[in-house]
Design a protein around this ligand. Structure first.
Ligand SMILES: Nc1ncnc2c1ncn2[C@@H]1O[C@H](COP(=O)(O)OP(=O)(O)OP(=O)(O)O)[C@@H](O)[C@H]1O
Ligand SMILES: [Mg+2]
Length: 474
């Protein structure tokens, strides 16, 4: 790798130690204070800065602020003394990528830097960041949670709660399926936290975020010299999770070769680091998650059947939010409390119309989308009650379209897909012509193309509908 990194620490021994450990893999600069660091940053192209948080008179936080002002800011990783994790969390909120605690584990530092660089080069989306943050929250340990964080009183959620309680203490491999944003990661954490071994770690690997080769060495580790760039032995995630849980997120994305290796690991309960033939015994509970339908992937030949059976010992299927509408208000109120506190506001409720819009909307992004919508509402709201017009536009317009059509909010899968395609961009949402076309198309899809029935729910004659279809060239 020809990435360039800058190490900033006021202690010479730390600077030198890090440089020695990292210079095989990266071009390294060192600086002992903010001024030196900024001199380098403004004259050289640096990909990543590894900085101490507390340096004599200087604060790593100030350096972070300076870094973030740069035109194309490098990635920032903070080093912090054990026990001052709060400051590190604050740094991440401001824009640092991650943090490491001192005393430093040099392997971990190197791994983290490589992951940071890879994820940047892959331009990972918010989702990845979210899961990084989740990982951080777990490390911080403030929010160790069981079922209490998994809000929901619908019968389907109650079933999921009792299933989690039942399977958590076992060592069964669990497959969690569900659309994006339905809470798969929360379920994985709950299973781990209720496993009776909550002091052990849960380690998360996002399988979609890494190239096949990186994924393999991430999971199984590698020996020094196993491939170009493997300048040191690395302990893989399976070994790190020993005694605890390994959560493989987006398992549907792993390549065929890694599928074979994973199958072997699961059946033999041993791993081999890349570049070594020595089997190492592992004792790890594996939980996987996917927003794909793995059984369908197996049928199409995209996922190994034998691996599928190994992973699918117990399956938890999270229903989309639109199929458990009775949870919406409960979730909305919980998020309202959370964001109201976070933003120092005193918002205590929703207007009736806001509640109605939320209830009628289909939430294609599920709980994650609801959470973001409430955050949006809280930010927009200056009073004590969130109004409908303070919710995101799509929540407002989605609901109004439904009401216009007089359709029941209980739509089938296909209708939802059509209606999603038919959602209007904001500038169009008040355009009558556009609304009419969308409404007609949705009425037709609702009646499975029965024009008489469609005309009926549209409140127009069949002949008028024919004419409109012709006019709109539908
Ligand atoms: N039942 C729930 N109660 C409270 N918060 C929830 C619930 N389900 C999901 N969330 C919140 O919604 C967001 C998305 O959840 P999570 O990351 O677990 O979804 P996911 O199914 O893993 O999504 P993806 O497939 O996109 O990774 C998180 O902020 C999570 O805390
Ligand atoms: Mg997830």
């Amino acid at each position: 790798m020809d990435a360039t990194i800058l190490i900033v620490d006021d202690e010479k021994s730390t600077r030198d130690g890090l440089r020695m450990a990292l210079e095989d893999s990266f071009d390294c600069y060192v600086a002992s204070d903010i001024r030196e660091a900024m001199n380098i940053l403004t004259s050289e192209k640096v990909d990543l800065v590894l900085t101490d948080l507390r340096m004599g008179g200087d604060s790593g936080m100030d350096l972070l602020d300076e870094i973030l002002k740069l035109k194309s800011p490098p990635i920032a990783i903070m080093m912090t003394a054990y026990g001052s994790v709060d400051t590190a969390v604050e740094a991440m909120r401001r824009g640092a990528w991650h943090f490491v605690t001192k005393p430093l584990n040099l392997d971990e530092v190197e791994l983290l830097i490589k992951r940071a660089l890879t994820s940047k080069s892959l331009e990972l989306n918010n989702k990845k960041l979210e899961s990084e943050n989740q990982e951080l929250r777990q490390k911080v340990g403030k929010q160790a949670h069981g079922l209490d964080r998994l809000i929901g009183q619908s019968s389907s959620m109650a079933q999921i709660h009792s299933m989690i309680t039942q399977i958590a203490p076992t060592k069964a491999t669990v497959l969690i399926e569900g659309e994006s944003g339905t809470g798969k990661e929360l379920v994985a954490e709950a299973i781990h936290n209720l496993s009776g071994r909550p002091k052990e770690k849960i380690i998360t690997v996002n399988c979609a975020a890494l190239s096949p080769q990186l994924l393999e060495s991430e999971l199984f580790g590698h020996e020094k010299g196993a491939f170009t760039g493997a300048s040191q032995r690395r302990i893989g995630r399976f070994e790190q999770a020993s005694g605890g849980t390994l959560f493989l997120d987006e398992i549907g994305e792993i390549d065929q070769a890694t599928q074979v290796k994973l199958l072997r690991v699961l059946s033999e309960k041993t791993i081999e680091r890349v570049g070594s033939n020595t089997p190492i015994k592992i004792d790890v509970r594996v939980i996987t998650a996917t927003n794909k339908n793995l059984a369908k992937m197996v049928a199409k030949g995209d996922f190994r059947e034998d691996l599928f059976f190994r992973l699918n010992v117990v399956k938890v299927t999270l229903p989309p939010l639109r199929n458990r509408k009775e949870d919406i208000i409960l979730l909305a109120n919980a998020f309202l409390k959370e964001f109201s506190k976070e933003n120092d506001k005193n918002i205590t409720s929703f207007s009736d119309s806001a509640l109605q819009h939320m209830q009628n909307y289909n939430w294609p992004g599920n709980v994650r989308e609801l959470r973001t919508a409430i955050e949006h509402g809280v930010v927009m709201c200056n009073g004590s009650e969130i109004e409908a017009n303070q919710l995101p536009l799509n929540v407002q317009s989605g609901a109004s379209l439904l009401q216009l059509e007089g359709l029941s909010p209980e739509l089938s899968e296909d209708e939802i897909n059509t209606s999603r395609e038919n959602t209007l961009a904001p500038p169009q949402e008040f355009n009558l012509h556009a609304l009419e076309s969308v409404t007609i198309r949705r009425a037709l899809s609702h009646t499975k193309n029965n024009r008489t029935a469609a005309a009926d729910i549209l409140g127009i004659s069949r002949r008028t509908l024919q004419r409109k279809l012709k006019d709109l060239s539908l």
